[in-house]
Design a binder for this molecule. Structure first.
Ligand SMILES: [Zn+2]
Ligand SMILES: [Zn+2]
Length: 279
């Protein structure tokens, strides 16, 4: 069975101030540094790069994390708050490193904010990325990036209550609704624990993501979910349905951050008690 012995996840960028480490900078966005140990082998991954490189690099330095150790960078989707730091981080890493993403992550994306459309996609040119030390690895399907570690691939939308709203994309010269096919997650099987699902924003829906994780990794339950769950502004019905599905999956740890929203976190805490720990 393909699995890792240990996983260690450090939040490098998040929207909320860390109450235990107030010296760390908080900014709207997300970046996780993930170390995976399997036998004598350690793999280091960076999931997203926050809105700008300075936040990632400063926080990494304060946390004594050497980003030059990163073996590959995985972009959960194309929004600027997850990709803005990419070029600066690559420059800092200073060696060739794969940048894994869905091809649509690089499209010109927009978000609706109070009736207006705002740019929301990657804040750099694709050509700049091609000229960088990043080895652009674009894939639609799920792939194993290390033993016991998978990139989700395009997430199948199966749950009836998880809809994607409020995003547009410029595709073949036309502004169309963006259902975020590029939204992906990372799946890790941990020895003695089980399946850990790590999301960026979970635009595809947390439950859709979990179902995909179970299929890709061949796991039945879920041990932990970590990341942005995109439930800020979600209806009470959707939050309740999400909780019900998490209970069915037998989840032991819920670690929300970024775009999860206070309302959802409060509800999670009520139902799951100490199993909830804000990331
Ligand atoms: Zn997003
Ligand atoms: Zn986000």
């Amino acid at each position: 069975m393909s699995q890792v012995d240990r996983i260690r996840l450090t939040v490098l960028v998040d929207d909320s101030k860390n109450p235990i480490r107030p010296e760390l900078t908080a900014k709207h966005g997300l970046s996780f540094f993930i170390e995976l140990k399997a036998g004598r082998h350690t793999t280091s991954l960076l999931l997203d790069t926050g809105p700008s490189a300075d936040v990632v690099l400063q926080n990494a330095r304060k946390l004594d994390i050497d980003l030059r150790k990163v073996d590959s960078i995985f972009l959960s989707h194309g929004h600027y708050d997850h990709t803005g730091g990419l070029l600066g981080v690559l420059k800092h890493i200073g060696k060739k490193v794969p940048v894994i993403a869905h091809p649509e992550a690089l499209e010109p994306k927009f978000a609706r904010r109070k009736k207006r459309l705002k740019k929301a996609g990657i804040p750099f040119q694709v050509s700049e990325l091609q000229r960088s030390s990043g080895i652009l690895t674009l894939k639609r399907g799920s792939t194993s990036v290390a033993p016991g570690v998978w990139v989700s691939g395009e997430i199948k939308r199966v749950s009836p209550f998880e809809e994607v709203k409020g995003f547009k994309v410029m595709r073949r010269g036309k502004l169309v609704e963006d259902y975020m096919p590029d939204d992906q997650a990372l799946f890790v099987r941990v020895k003695g624990r089980g399946l850990v699902v790590i999301t960026g924003c979970a635009h595809a829906g947390l439950i859709n993501t979990i179902k995909q994780a179970q299929k890709v990794t061949g796991s039945s339950g879920v041990y932990a979910v970590v990341g942005g769950f995109h439930l800020a502004g979600a209806s009470a019905g959707r939050i309740n349905a999400t909780i019900e599905e998490l209970q069915k999956a037998g989840v032991k740890a819920v670690m929300p951050c970024h775009c999860t929203g206070k309302k959802a976190i409060t509800k999670f805490s009520k139902v799951f008690g100490k199993k909830v720990q804000p990331a």
